[in-house]
Design a protein around this ligand. Structure first.
Ligand code: F58
Length: 797
């Protein structure tokens, strides 16, 4: 069969394709098939529809000799892929009907797919949105990462405390990948470097193979399909027969176990030396495999390595793949014989670096001991790069090798053609702080690319009700051109249209409320305001500011239960890093508060608190369409951008937020009157830290805050252990680095404005609808166009 001529997809052809895969790919009759078999058969039937376009995209890229973009990322938080595929190929009606014909429930089959959590949070989800937009824009591109056997841990609560369990997405069958045993590269670690004929020769001591697994990523309407290539670590020699024959079975299996460790878990705990070493190994493993693959493809098309910057753009997603700089120089210089300076210039013309954080503890640096032990030749090359840069800039005050460290931020900056921040504010701060000196030396290097989110997943697919209203109103051109959402703005003046907008939101809230009842045992009135904060747990994100406000509000309601309060449910979700004790304590506090507040008969009509376990992409897709209020309350200057903030605004949930990250740009777009601003600005934050006893002062000035802290500190929420949260209270009344106390009063004020705005339901609907209408700029299509034009010089085919 010629795959280019697969029959057009009717319900009947899709049903036949499902039945055919059920029989021939999975060996099951319909009678014997379990839901997983059906899910796999449907996935294969959908995947088949991508393959012809996938081949065609590859063919056209070769034919056009187009520049290729490679996105190197330690994380791709892709979530479920089946619905994404169905929606992008526009097969929703057929798929639903075909399953119905087969006696199956479409939503249940979709829900059987595991959520691939191959990332921690924003950085990984951004990478996934970017892949989808790259395909939508027909830009020849490939993502490279690690095929972790276990993604981000599964979170549950025991007595309110976070408990981590391994995530096991591969225990269920995964429909989307093609194993490529032939795409395999040997990756070395450790060993010696010696000179031979004037060249450095690195002989690694330990070796593993990187084997490719490819996932097709279809863009909107399936016109273009790119590849996500994830590397899995395999032993060079699967097992040691000599040990086996001796009867030492453990020793026989050791090489395989050791190799597999590299791609086993996302972010192993790096508080131990062995853990640190493993993480550096992971970084080199996938980066080195990607570079080999990229050069193999380049060599198949061109014979002049001088053209590398013209034909290849590599994006380093944060510093995790920063070893690409020295590794590319090593290949070009040591292996291909190009002189060092030229090798460095070629690498610098090819690589680009995105910075995602200014937090000092997140800026990677490696002790030269570990680095040199694993990558002895790379350490020499880093020194040469550093020397070359120092010679070119004699006034330079820093070194990427200070304090026996290898500083990956500085290394990435120097080795990149372009360096970008992820929101206007963040890029500005980058220039003023971490990279101030480098920016002065290379003023053209830093550019901004404000993040975005894919509207296919984050509106069309997760919010069908609102999408249908939008399409009814302006047609479906918005899906690929999100700024066209502006065209609904005139309708916002129409009371009938506003009713339809409010009805769509209300239906989403009813669905969530049912789900909360079934799965969490929570009874929630869909009329209440759904106030949501979902993101990784971190002090800078200030979930504790939110819960303190909830406590103060609860106390006020208790004082006057009949004062006509605007009913609210505060929903939290998010995971804390296993080693981050304070963040875990905040989770426990919120769970404790939830237990006490939700049991209070006098206040429960007015206020409830819920912490939902195991936040992931799928849960986000459930919560965001049902949100009324988006909590984006980080200490100004700390959140590089945020992307959840964009998803909420797009789905018609106004923000309560600080002037931080992309909140600044969201407020500019949706209008200050449709955004609840509070708190100090980034410069004010810096100044406030200089004020002696700033937290004490703030608490003394605000009796509500004092009373809420008093309740936490005296065990109102932990009667069995009254001083459980003493250290939190102590932190917030003392050092309070993230200025929770100092921002509390203004946060409280803004929350009461939210209450009065929500009480006027028509006013609220107007605000919500204007958030949707004016969020089109936050499409990742816009962001990717920016990268293509300003960073990669890549063209849409
Ligand atoms: C996030 N970073 C930023 N890092 O915090 C967020 O503001 C931004 O919107 C997003 O990137 C996308 O630009 C982030 O998610 C991580 O998860 C690190 C991974 C490595 C370990 C430390 C956290």
């Amino acid at each position: 069969m010629n795959i280019a001529t697969l029959p057009a997809v009717s319900t009947d052809t899709l049903r036949d394709a499902i039945l055919s895969h059920l029989a021939y790919s999975f060996g099951k009759t319909p009678e014997a098939a379990q839901i997983e078999d059906w899910r796999m058969a449907l996935s294969f039937a959908i995947r088949d529809r991508m393959v012809a376009r996938w081949f065609e995209a590859t063919r056209r890229t070769y034919e056009a000799e187009a520049k290729r973009v490679y996105y190197l990322s330690m994380e791709f938080l892709i979530g479920r892929l089946l619905e994404d595929g169905i929606v992008n190929l526009r097969l929703q009606e057929q798929a639903r009907a075909a399953l119905y014909d087969l006696g199956l429930d479409y939503d249940a089959v979709l829900a059987d797919e595991p959520d691939a959590a191959l990332g921690n949070g924003g950085l990984g989800r951004l990478a996934a949105c970017f892949l989808e937009s790259l395909s939508t824009l027909s830009c020849p591109a490939m993502g490279y990462g690690i095929r972790y056997e276990h993604g981000l841990f599964r979170q549950s609560f025991h007595d309110g405390r976070q408990v981590e369990a391994p995530e096991t997405w591969l225990l269920q069958r995964h429909a989307w990948e093609f194993e490529r045993p032939e795409a395999r590269y040997r990756i070395g670690f450790g060993g010696q470097v010696r000179e031979s004929g004037g060249r450095a020769v690195w002989t690694p001591e330990e070796e593993v193979d990187a084997e490719a697994f490819d996932t097709p990523i279809a863009g909107w309407q399936g016109h273009w399909v790119n590849t996500l290539r994830l590397w899995s670590a395999k032993a060079v020699h699967p097992f040691d027969l000599t040990s086996f024959n001796r009867g030492d079975f453990a020793a026989a299996a050791a090489p395989e176990a050791l190799a597999r460790t590299i791609s086993r878990v996302l972010y192993p705990d790096d508080t131990t030396e062995q853990g640190k070493e493993l993480r550096l190994k992971q970084e080199f493993f996938f980066t080195a495999a990607a570079l080999r693959d990229i050069l193999r493809r380049f060599d198949s098309e061109y014979d002049d390595l001088g053209r590398l910057p013209e034909k290849v753009a590599i994006q380093l997603n944060d510093t995790h793949p920063a070893i690409a700089g020295p590794e590319l120089v090593r290949i070009l210089h040591d292996e291909r014989g190009i002189d060092f300076d030229t090798a460095m210039t070629l690498a610098q013309g090819t690589l680009n670096y995105t910075n995602h954080t200014l937090l000092p503890e997140a800026l990677e640096s490696w002790h030269e001991g570990v680095f040199g032990k694993l990558l002895p030749r790379h350490l020499q090359i880093v020194d040469r790069i550093d020397d070359a840069h120092a010679r070119a800039h004699p006034s330079r005050g820093f070194s990427m090798r200070a304090d026996h460290q290898v500083r990956m931020g500085e290394l990435s900056f120097v080795m990149a053609n372009r360096v970008n921040g992820v929101s206007a504010l963040h890029t500005g701060l980058m220039k003023e702080t971490v990279f101030a000196e480098l920016n002065a030396l290379h003023p053209e290097k830093i550019v901004n690319q404000t993040n975005g989110v894919t509207p296919r997943r984050w509106l069309l697919s997760c919010n069908p009700g609102l999408s249908e209203l939008i399409t009814d109103t302006i047609g479906d051109g918005w899906v690929a051109d999100l700024e066209r959402l502006r065209e609904i703005e005139p309708e916002v003046e129409d009371a009938g249209w506003r009713d339809r907008f409010a009805a769509a939101k209300r239906a989403n809230k009813a669905t969530l409320s049912d789900w909360l009842g079934e799965t969490q045992g929570l009874q929630v009135d869909p009329e209440a305001m759904f106030d949501i904060q979902i993101k990784r747990m971190h002090e800078y994100k200030r979930q504790h500011l939110n819960i303190l406000e909830a406590i103060a509000h609860w106390q006020e309601i208790k004082d006057a239960p009949d004062a006509g309060w605007v009913p609210r449910i505060k929903i939290f979700a998010g995971k804390a890093a296993p080693g981050y004790a304070f963040a875990k304590d905040i989770i426990r506090l919120i769970n404790d508060v939830s237990r006490v507040v939700n049991a209070d008969q006098a206040t429960r009509e007015a206020l409830q608190v819920a912490f939902l376990p195991n936040y992931n992409v799928t849960l986000a897709e459930r919560l965001i369409p049902a949100a009324d209020l988006s909590e984006q309350i980080s200490t100004a200057g700390k959140e590089a951008s945020g992307t959840g903030n964009m998803k909420f605004a797009l789905n018609g949930a106004p923000t309560i937020g600080t002037l931080d990250g992309a909140n600044v740009e969201i407020r500019e777009h949706v209008g200050a009157e449709n955004f609840f601003l509070f708190g100090m600005t980034a410069p004010e934050v810096t100044a406030r830290r200089e004020v002696e006893a700033h937290a004490r002062q703030a608490i003394e000035a605000d009796p509500r805050l004092a009373r809420a802290l008093e309740a936490v500190g005296s065990g109102v929420f932990s009667p069995d252990e009254p001083d459980r949260y003493a250290h939190i209270v102590e932190n917030l009344s003392g050092h309070d680095y993230f200025l929770v106390a100092s921002d509390f009063t203004d946060y409280w004020r803004a929350q009461r404005e939210v209450d009065s705005a929500y009480a006027d339901r028509d006013r609220w609907t107007r605000m919500a609808a204007l958030n949707t209408a004016r969020s089109g700029w936050f499409s990742s299509d816009r962001t990717i166009r920016g990268y293509m034009d300003d960073i990669w010089g890549a063209k849409s085919l």
